[in-house]
Design a binder for this molecule. Structure first.
Ligand code: FAS
Ligand code: PHB
Length: 393
């Protein structure tokens, strides 16, 4: 068996694992990333689209902000379309100048992989059966199979950045692990298409036919979503039907703004809120989707992965630079404090904007009143804006 010795073994080459490795590498801390899929699969995954300022700052500090600064779209506000009225939430005005940047997760991942490889980082794809060993010892190990040979990575720490379906969370004993979960009765059918955006900023639409989101990746590529049943069969949704539904869920005076184009990606994302506590066990630390999932209504998933990496990288740097374990000992508590605030915001946005069906008319009315209040109150709009641009790390 081939053995590698490193300081931090990272499972997963998504945004969490790649950003963590990039930051630690710049601090002179050695890492090995073990990724199950191949590079093209990882770079081709279509996911998030909105970066908080904190995430942008972290990318810049990690030395991977150049293309993001060049190609990212600064968005100073977002729109809500409710009862045929489109209202702008002026994020910058309400938060004293803060905004978000529209830059696809695929681009974030490509930039981070390129930086890792350019730096000679140890980034291994096609790692099968990654298994965690001795996580309670001071020499935890990872084993995996590549091709037909077994490999071992001996490290000081393991960062579980392996997403919702990875093995890291399973390494916490059932007696210690507590999970909190809410599954929503709908999903999002998303398309990527070659078409101009509907408006200059994102439109979140609450409509009797169901929620819709009109987003973008550039001025020539759009990313739109419609609320759908969680088990929606894409066969039932040819492109024309998707475009028609997107048009119907806009205010009448905006429907002419929707331009169709060639759809080159279509998928259904289920909706859940999920938190695993604690996010540490021995020398294993969870970060990103391995520890939590949010409904994408608040554009928080990728950004929470970034804040986990911010806390974990600082803790690891303090350990190696000052032999201090304080950051490691408080990592789970610190990360979870911000995670739960993002969970609340994502749940709140999802509850306000989606159609939950006829189950409970009272709740439907309350949700409508909540949104009407937000759109009529500067105080409420300010609260929404400061959560949307991202609470401080
Ligand atoms: P990721 O899941 O991105 O990465 C985990 C990595 O670990 C993957 O590369 C995986 O292949 C690897 N891995 C898994 N098991 C492994 C194993 N056994 N061995 C080795 N490697 C393993 N967020 C938003 O903000 N907005 C959105 O619109 C949005 N849309 C989404 C749509 C979908 C379909 C999904 C699934 C998520 C979406 N998200 C969205 C959330 C998403 O962006 C995540 O928050 C983000 O990818 C989190 O990054 P990571 O924690 O790195 O996890
Ligand atoms: C996206 O562009 O993919 C996107 C934007 C905002 C969200 C969710 C997804 O809230």
């Amino acid at each position: 068996m081939g053995t590698t010795r490193t300081q931090v073994g990272i499972i997963g080459a998504g945004p969490a694992g790649l950003l963590l490795a990039q930051i630690l590498d710049k601090a002179g801390i050695s890492t090995v990333i073990l990724e199950r899929r191949d590079r093209s699969y990882v770079e081709g995954r279509i996911r998030a689209g909105v970066l908080e300022q904190g995430t942008v700052d972290l990318m810049r500090a990690a030395g991977v902000g150049e293309r993001l600064d060049r190609e990212g779209l600064i968005h100073k506000g977002i729109y809500f379309s409710v009862d045929d009225v489109r209202t702008q939430i002026d994020l910058e005005e309400l938060t004293g100048g803060r905004h978000v940047v529209v830059y696809g997760q695929t681009e974030v991942t490509k930039d981070l992989i390129a930086a890792r490889l350019a730096a000679g980082g140890d980034l291994r794809f096609d790692c099968v059966d990654v298994t965690l060993h001795d996580v309670e010892s001071d020499k935890p190990r990872l084993t995996y199979v590549s091709g037909d040979s077994e490999h071992e990575v001996v490290c000081d720490f393991i960062a579980g950045c392996d997403g919702f379906h990875g093995p890291s969370r399973q390494a916490l004993p059932a007696s210690l692990l507590k999970v909190y979960e809410r599954v929503y009765p709908f999903g999002w059918l998303g398309i990527l298409a070659q078409a101009p955006p509907v408006a200059d900023e994102l439109i979140y639409s609450r409509h009797p036919r169901g929620f819709a989101l009109y987003s973008m990746r550039s001025m020539k590529v759009v990313r739109h979503y419609i609320q759908c049943l969680p088990d929606t069969d894409l066969e039932d949704w040819p492109d024309d039907r998707v475009w028609d539904e997107l048009r119907l869920r806009l205010a009448p005076q905006d429907q002419h703004l929707l331009q169709t184009g060639k759809v080159f990606e279509k998928s259904v994302t289920p909706m859940r809120s999920f938190v695993a506590e604690p996010m540490r066990f021995g020398r294993l630390f969870l970060a990103g989707d391995a520890g939590h999932i949010v409904p994408p209504t608040g554009a928080k998933g990728l950004n929470l992965a970034a804040s986990d990496v911010h806390y974990l990288s600082r803790a690891l740097m303090a350990f190696y630079a000052e032999n201090s374990e304080a950051g490691l000992d408080t990592y789970s508590e610190t990360a979870l404090a911000r995670i739960w605030k993002a969970q609340r915001f994502s749940w709140w946005m999802t509850s306000m904007l989606h159609n939950f069906g006829p189950a409970d008319d009272f709740d439907t009315r309350v949700r409508g009143a909540e949104l009407a209040y937000v759109l009529s109150s500067r105080a409420a709009m300010t609260s929404l804006a400061e959560n949307y641009v991202g609470l401080p790390f």
